[in-house]
Design a protein around this ligand. Structure first.
Ligand code: SF4
Length: 642
């Protein structure tokens, strides 16, 4: 009998080839060592998806996992993790989303779902309070995400059903296809939607009326309510709650951290036109928020009368999308960005990678590497926002030039040749999100060390982003000041990123939100998290144990990538960040000073500085003895082919 509270205590294994569903009891040891969400997914990939498995083959796993605190009173305990080997990067992949799906799954009686195989024809999984069945989905094939959810809710006569689905992009195996939760949110990165498509799994629909049992309700209530209170009085609560992530446009632009023209610049001349202030004043319709979130960073926006796309309505417009379809392509037509966002949500595309694919193509066009004949006659001049929806549809359908971009920018560049690879802004095959590391050195390092390729949310260094001195001193002591909070200094940034990655692994395994209380508002940290987990589950938990869990998860992700050929040589940035001086903002004249930070990072992690592999001592300390032999084989191969 599974001994801990907080969890549902059960999970489902769904073999789509055989059409079977097995309900399994959650393993006690797995919960103690890997906690939940991200940790569970990492361990399942490590155990079950070896290097020879093609990410789009039936042997890949699609893991949809709640966190240990999902569905509880802890603030923003709403996040769902989707984990699979990535079709974009070929290594460890995951994506995370808020909304209501994760708590609903737990209320329905399950902590996670593990899909394997491939269905002969399109199916969806329907779960209701401890019962699950696979149902035909031919009628849903080709449909957008909103309609898919609506049709499923209609079929079961219940508008409260929560749906995770993939759109036409996932069906057509676009390597950066997303999984969407039409009630609010998207698990977008690393192409998890294509893995869903490769399995002929159109959707997962969940309805649950159960609850989450808590081991020590009185103490848990105290921790949770204290975290809620502290978040509400945090100095950034007002702006984050009012503007959400679009508020970053006004903050990042003067720093030179707002990627413009495919990262040629870090400031956009027309940033004010696409800012949160502009959105709030002229486009705001109403507030939204995920399950049990005191922040409510989401909004509904609508393009006003008199604009080109009047009436276009979008939920959860993010900073990243304002960059990807705005500054990155030199577009200040805000209604057009709303329209691009809606299209990505319906087609099931990661707005970051889709936008980067288009800005990359625009730079090739500018440089004369791509001609109009090769772009299906489209004029890819900077700022030509009219081509963006055309390209998004072509990508999702894999039509003509869109088929090339659907492969992701690195594969596309390799096919184009003629020096195109130089203009791919990626790490390990994944497109870099809306942060220029030249303006925030810690972010440059975080892009490089992230276990899912270029990514801003694994290390998520927020302390030095805009200067957060009191929190920096509270966490690390004053001996690291003032360099620690100087975004242009590379001192102590390795410590910040490593701590962020380990804590982030725990946050992604707990089911809390990084835009909520953990990173952006920085009130829920190791101590609060350890207490919450102990009181929720009844596990014997403290900060050192929790830190070991975070480190274990992150090291196992690294080991997984090493098994797929990753080593120190891959921990790098495109030349643009290392050699081209930033031309704008506070970052003017700076590059990412990567190597000293990386050396310090390996030292802190106790990873071998030559190979970038965790040392056997480190793996032993983390209880990852099973990885030592497998890494040794990879190490011998890496030394033979440096
Ligand atoms: S902070 Fe925003 S994204 Fe995070 S849980 Fe709250 S509403 Fe959702």
């Amino acid at each position: 009998m599974f001994p801990y509270k907080g969890y549902a205590g059960k999970y489902l294994r769904i073999n789509l080839t055989e059409g079977t569903i097995h309900s399994c009891e959650l393993e006690e040891e797995r919960a103690e060592l890997y906690l939940g969400g991200n940790g569970f997914g990492t361990k399942i990939l490590w155990d079950e998806v070896p290097p020879e498995v093609d990410p789009l083959s039936p042997e890949n796993r699609l893991i949809i996992a709640t966190g240990v605190l999902c569905g509880t009173l802890m603030p923003n305990s709403s996040r769902i993790e989707v984990i699979a080997k990535s079709p974009l990067t070929g290594i460890y992949g995951d994506a995370n989303a808020g909304g209501f799906f994760a708590p609903e799954l737990k209320f329905a009686g399950y902590d996670l779902l593990v899909f394997e195989g491939r269905a002969k024809s399109p199916l969806y999984l329907y779960i209701e309070d401890g019962q699950a069945e696979l149902l035909p989905a031919e009628h849903l094939w080709g449909k957008g995400n909103t309609e898919t959810a609506r049709l499923i809710q209609q079929r079961h006569g219940d508008r409260e059903i929560k749906v995770a689905s993939m759109g036409p992009a996932g069906e057509n195996l676009v390597r950066f296809a997303s999984i969407n939760f039409p009630e609010l949110r998207t698990a977008a990165r690393t192409g998890v939607g294509a893995v869903m498509g490769s399995k002929n799994l159109k959707a997962v629909a969940v309805r649950g009326c159960g609850n989450v049992e808590i081991a020590d309700p009185i103490n848990f209530y105290d921790v949770a309510t204290d975290c809620h209170r502290r978040i509400r009085v945090n100095e950034f609560y007002g702006p984050v709650s009012r503007y959400g992530t679009p508020g970053l446009v006004t903050l990042m632009n003067p720093m030179g951290r707002f990627p413009t023209k495919n990262f040629q610049m870090g400031s956009f001349l027309y940033a004010d036109d696409i800012s949160a202030e502009e959105l709030r004043e002229h486009y705001f319709v109403r507030e939204l928020g995920c399950f049990n979130c005191p922040v409510g960073c989401d909004k509904i926006y609508r393009a006003p009368e008199g604009t080109e796309f009047a009436g276009t309505t979008v939920r959860s417009l993010e900073y990243e999308t304002l960059d990807a379809f705005g500054a990155a392509v030199w577009n200040n037509n805000l209604p057009s960005i709303l329209q691009d966002n809606v299209l990505c949500d319906e087609l099931g595309l990661d707005t970051i990678s889709a936008g980067r694919a288009i800005s990359f193509a625009m730079e090739l066009y500018e440089k004369g590497i791509l001609t109009k004949e090769e772009t299906d006659g489209l004029d890819l001049t900077w700022g030509n926002y009219e081509v963006i929806p055309i390209l998004l549809k072509k990508i999702a359908k894999r039509e003509g030039f869109g088929d090339l971009l659907a492969e992701g920018t690195l594969r596309a560049a390799r096919r184009i040749g003629r020096g195109a690879e130089r203009y791919v802004m990626h790490v390990k095959g994944q497109e870099i999100a809306g942060q220029d590391g030249r303006a925030q050195q810690s972010m440059g390092l975080a892009h490089v060390t992230s276990s899912r390729g270029a990514d801003h949310l694994k290390g998520f260094p927020t302390i030095d982003e805009t200067g957060y001195p009191s929190e920096a001193v509270r966490r690390y002591g004053d001996e690291y000041m003032p360099d620690l909070i100087d975004p242009l200094s590379n001192k102590h940034k390795a410590m910040l990123v490593k701590d962020g990655e380990d804590f982030g692994a725990v946050v992604d395994s707990s089911g809390l939100c990084k835009s909520g209380g953990t990173f952006v508002l920085a009130e829920v940290y190791w101590t609060e998290m350890a207490k919450a987990i102990q009181y929720a589950t009844g596990m014997d938990m403290d900060v050192p144990k929790l830190k070991t869990i975070g480190e274990r998860i992150y090291n196992l992700q690294r080991c997984y990538n090493i098994m797929h050929g990753i080593s120190r040589k891959d921990d790098t940035l495109p030349e643009r960040f290392l050699k081209e001086l930033s031309p704008s903002g506070h970052a003017k004249g700076h590059v990412v000073n990567l190597q000293p930070m990386l050396e310090e990072y390996y030292e802190l992690r106790r990873w071998d500085k030559t190979t970038g592999f965790p040392t056997p001592q480190k793996l032993r300390e983390l209880g990852l003895e099973e990885a030592i032999d497998r890494i040794a084989v990879a190490e011998r191969a890496s030394r033979r082919n440096p």
